[in-house]
Design a protein around this ligand. Structure first.
Ligand code: HEM
Ligand code: NAG
Ligand code: NAG
Length: 555
């Protein structure tokens, strides 16, 4: 989801950066919005105008997320309006009633809008992530059907098993064996990102890029995605859109590079589509039928009869949406567990109990979707991690028509309306006085939801009954809720249990509190260097790796 995080970051940062610029040149804009109409009782009873006060932007430039959070907390209805001369008026809210209004009640009035889709269009084309209205609706219908299909869930587990057995566990085991078993250092964030890229490519394209395989060269496709997403992020951060648009028209500099990188991505995906079509034709000729041949998303789209370009754009959207989100959440999860050993112990107990219950041992991780679905403590730990460190820190829509939010904030046609996951996760008005604490109890005290319903019941629903997605919009909410949510939870639980039960991770730098950087992807600044050691005694006998050198070099 690098790119959409990027886009949101950009959009907000544009507001911020341009405010800063203005602050130095035209202090009149400050006057016009601070001093003007709002002062004398001019601001709505519940909204709190963030004034062009420019010095403040500058002073807080290194802590914009926390600064916004503080302003939202200080506003009577957790909503602020960035209303500044010469820029799009932006409403930023952390108010669950407003969020529900935007995402569900008045969904049709709050599309992503052209300012958003323009920036991302060259990479995402008409993919689900970057379209509104009927174009979006048609894809959503088709794709949500695929996402809920058993075949895709099974494929996910197969892919996760293979990726963990062949790469993740060997990589960590190799680190653990370093320095005579004293434990070597790995950047977990980097390992998790490679893992996630391999998994999302195998699930959506049906091919393995081998990102986490030290024996393979760094895949060109992953590099192309990285570079393209980076350039797109800078597009958004440019103070005036005209600049990149002119550069694009001239095919100059970064815009040229973007075109080339997008070309690499398009060529790779189109090549796959063509070869998959050939494969399918061969199967048909041989009378084997194609049923169940492959269950990756690209193959499924071909079965559904979509044209090549539409398939290409759809799978690019999946890769962008699925690649950096789970790894971001897991990075913070491992970091938080290193600081909360009691929670780590609770999670380990649950993993061991689940594995005993299943009689898991010899082959791979040995758990199925239902096992992961029932892991309530782990689910709570992941939810709590993403409350404090949401992989998508904010998300913006653009109003199609004038409107009034439930708290009374007026919205004009064309205004940007942003809901702010990061601030919401830390809002005392929502979570109570201990909002800043990492506490599983706030989740574990919720009633169990979903019962033990059929296999189709969602892992989330089975773990707890209802925390409103509008209070916790980490996966968004309403008709455009994240399609990969269940897939993401299974993946995160899988990785958490595969890693934790075998290895003990300890921070290289105990004293460090890493910075949360929402730009591009919500990543951890500087990565997460950890010392890896074998956990002793092994929590489950048999297990996967034999644990010593030989096996580790075989991948
Ligand atoms: C912890 C992991 C994840 C988080 C926090 C997350 C969060 C989100 C959020 C906030 C959105 C809404 C963005 C917007 O509309 O502007 C979204 C949309 C989406 N996500 Fe995720 N996501 C995660 C993992 C995944 C995965 C693994 C996939 C798998 C491919 C995925 C696929 C999608 C898709 C296709 C959409 C677009 C839905 C639509 O526009 O109708 N996500 N996600
Ligand atoms: C992590 O380790 C690498 C290599 O040992 C080092 O270059 C990097 O600066 C470290 N990062 C942090 C945040 O300590
Ligand atoms: C573990 O080691 C034993 C003998 O040392 C070997 O037979 C077995 O195949 C190994 N298992 C794996 C998963 O490497």
């Amino acid at each position: 989801m690098a790119w959409f995080v990027a886009a949101w970051s950009c959009l907000l940062v544009v507001v911020m950066v341009s405010s800063m610029r203005l602050s130095r040149s035209a202090s009149s804009s400050c006057g016009s919005s601070c001093g003007g109409g709002h002062g004398g009782g001019g601001w709505g009873p519940r909204s709190y105008p963030v004034i062009g006060c420019l010095v403040a932007f500058y002073r807080n430039r290194r802590r914009l997320l926390d600064w916004y959070t503080e302003m939202l907390a200080a506003s009577p209805s957790q909503t602020i309006v960035v209303d500044r001369l010469g820029a799009r008026r932006t409403v930023v809210t952390a108010n669950p009633a407003n969020v529900e209004h935007i995402l569900r009640a008045r969904f049709a009035n709050y599309p992503k809008g052209k300012p958003f889709t323009d920036v991302l269009g060259d990479l995402l084309g008409m993919g689900i992530f970057n379209v509104d209205g009927e174009l979006w609706h048609a894809q959503r219908k088709l794709v949500s059907h695929e996402f809920s299909a058993r075949a895709l869930r099974d494929l996910e587990v197969t892919v996760l098993e293979a990726e963990a057995r062949d790469r993740l566990v060997p990589a960590l085991a190799a680190a653990a064996a370093a320095r005579g078993g004293g434990g070597g250092v790995v950047d977990m964030q980097d390992v998790l990102r490679r893992f996630a890229f391999d998994v999302i490519c195998r699930v959506s394209l049906g091919v393995d890029p081998g990102c986490l395989d030290p024996a393979l060269p760094a895949p060109r496709l992953a590099a192309a995605f990285d570079t393209a997403a980076g350039i797109i992020a800078r597009r958004g951060a440019a103070p005036v859109a005209a600049v990149w648009k002119v550069k694009r028209a001239l095919d100059a500099g970064s815009e040229r590079r973007l075109r080339e990188e997008v070309g690499v991505i398009h060529e790779a995906v189109m090549g796959l589509i063509r070869s998959r079509r050939k494969e399918r034709a061969l199967l048909l000729v041989n009378g084997n039928g194609v049923g169940g041949a492959r269950s990756d998303l690209l193959s499924r789209m071909i079965e559904c009869g979509y044209p090549d370009e539409a398939i290409r754009d759809m799978v690019i959207s999946f890769i962008m949406a699925g690649r950096d989100t789970t790894s971001s959440a897991l990075t913070w999860f491992f970091w938080l567990l290193m600081r909360h050993r009691g929670v780590e112990a609770q999670v380990l107990d649950e993993i061991a109990a689940t594995r005993r219950g299943r009689g898991a041992g010899e082959e791979g991780e040995g758990l199925d979707l239902d096992d992961y679905r029932r892991m309530r403590v782990l689910h709570a730990a992941l939810c709590e991690t993403m409350r404090l460190y949401p992989p998508v820190a904010w998300d913006s829509k653009h109003a199609a028509a004038d409107d009034v939010l439930p708290d009374g904030t007026a919205v004009g046609r064309g205004d940007r309306v942003t809901y702010f996951q990061y601030g919401m996760g830390r809002m005392e008005a929502i979570w109570g006085a201990d909002a800043a604490d990492f506490s599983l109890d706030r989740w574990l005290s919720l009633p169990r939801g979903g019962g033990d319903g059929g296999a189709a019941a969602s892992p989330a629903a089975a773990a707890f009954a209802g925390v409103s997605p509008f209070k916790y919009p980490v996966f968004q909410g309403g008709p455009r809720t994240c399609l990969g949510k269940e897939m993401a939870f299974v993946q995160m639980k899988f990785v958490a249990s595969a890693v934790l039960r075998r290895f003990e991770l300890r921070p290289v730098d105990e004293g460090r509190t890493p910075a949360f950087v929402p730009l591009m992807t919500a990543h951890m600044a500087g990565g997460l260097n950890v010392t890896v050691r074998r956990r002793t005694p092994a929590p489950a006998s048999g297990g996967a790796a034999n644990g010593t050198g030989g096996e580790l070099t075989s991948s």
